[in-house]
Design a protein around this ligand. Sequence first.
Ligand code: FAD
Length: 499
Amino acid sequence: MIQDVLVLGAGSAGLIAALSVKRKIPQLNVRIVRSPDIGVIGVGEGTTPNFPRHIFDYLGISRKHFYELAEPTWKLGIRFLWGERGRFDYTFAPQLDAHWSDLPRPNGFYCDEEFSSVDITSALMRQDKAFPRQPSGAPDIQAWHAFHIENAKFVEILEVVAREAGVEVIDGRVTGADRGPQGITAVHLEDGRKLEADFFIDASGFRSELLGKVLEEPFESFDKTLFCDRAVVGGWERSESEPILPYTTAEQMDAGWSWQIEHEHHVNRGYVYSSQAISDDEAAAEFKRKNPKVPEAPRIVKFRSGCYKRLWVDNVIAVGNSGGFVEPLEATALMVVCSHCQTFVDFLLHSELDPTPSMRDLYNELVSQGWHDIRDFLGLHYKLNTALDTPFWKHCRADTDLSGIGALLEFYEENGPTGFCRYRMGSSQNDFGIEGYFVMLVGNRAPYRKRHAASPQEKAIWEAHRQANTNKAKQGIDVKEALYYVRHPGWQWNAEKPA
Ligand SMILES: Cc1cc2nc3c(=O)[nH]c(=O)nc-3n(C[C@H](O)[C@H](O)[C@H](O)COP(=O)(O)OP(=O)(O)OC[C@H]3O[C@@H](n4cnc5c(N)ncnc54)[C@H](O)[C@@H]3O)c2cc1C
């Protein structure tokens, strides 16, 4: 039976994992070992809505504490400067997989010409507002949001909360491990110490010290579907006149795409590209040309897209970049970390801390399916984009392997954005849902045969709905003003007792 858990790594993955275990299974002794010399990755700043749910509802971190220490801003979705339309918004609320009761077809069939302000969240995004305004003037903070958050600040607050929860944090560099019949029995530190445990969480980032190096689990590359393998990262201090946008921007570039993430005082940009298509110098030059405000020489981060064949081997489970990674086109890394932590904690609880081999197999099947779903969803972003004719984009359109979602694409090609497409998705583990696929398909104007010819009356009803959303959004509240409200001493979070 598991009693002692050792987490290797104190980046966001290791800290979230340690806290998840300690909060839900408090009788376990949980320690973290991390190397201050190696440090954390220091990128990873957009999230999805499962992140606030995990932080507040699952880990029980107080909103007040979190907002004070982590200083997040809100993210309603992603603005894609992408494809033939040039621009469309992916919100975290259902836009296209929804249906007005006074119209005969779902929303997706009315977006051929204009795809914006389809619901209140996308109307807010279009007006650069974060939330609707309540009659009192205060923001109506809706559930459909995620955060932009600086990795260093986030890791700092997680460490404070982890220590408060009784997690011990040990500084030291792991150089090797002892193995026994059940897996790893101890890790060795550079200074000669040895740390024993009966369950290990490998959160050592791309180094994958335990799963990859000690256990030598094979790695499956996603390079048939995702061609990018590097990022140029930079940013600048925000001037007073630059609005804090309530969304991440993802913009097509010559050999990949570029993100813009909005922090209160800092604008963070990065260009994800394929090193097969352009050199680091060419990527840095394009990045600087399009972002003249980036002051310093941008930093280059190398990565490989893919995941280990199994993420749980013997008594070692890998969480975060040590288990798998894909480029941040949908900001999925922390989403995956939170979801994996909830799943394996459930497995530990349901096996009464004595997991069986078939439990491990099931876990591995579920998380592997999840990684492959993400691979295919990201691949779709590339395959459908017909806007640029650079060698990179031609290669994406011709060669991106989407065989994993072939049945869905075939069904869509015949029937268009009908909700029945969900039955051709193949997996029920997908966090994006059919909505995510529709946004990419409709946003990129992917052709389909069974089109709906809307009557003039239908068009008028459709436009009236969009206009009502726009009118409400115009009265909304932007990020700066909303931050002012939540920092006011009188502000009270609904879900929390007064501090
Ligand atoms: C370019 C880029 C952009 C990204 N953007 C996003 C985004 O927008 N949204 C998102 O959710 N994610 C994003 N990510 C991913 C995100 O940064 C990470 O997935 C997330 O922060 C988790 O990192 P980690 O904890 O797995 O690894 P790390 O932060 O690298 O932490 C690894 C830990 O292991 C320790 N360690 C390693 N080896 C040893 C050793 N031998 N001994 C002791 N300690 C050791 C390190 O000291 C550190 O504490 C991005 C990643 C990249 C590369």
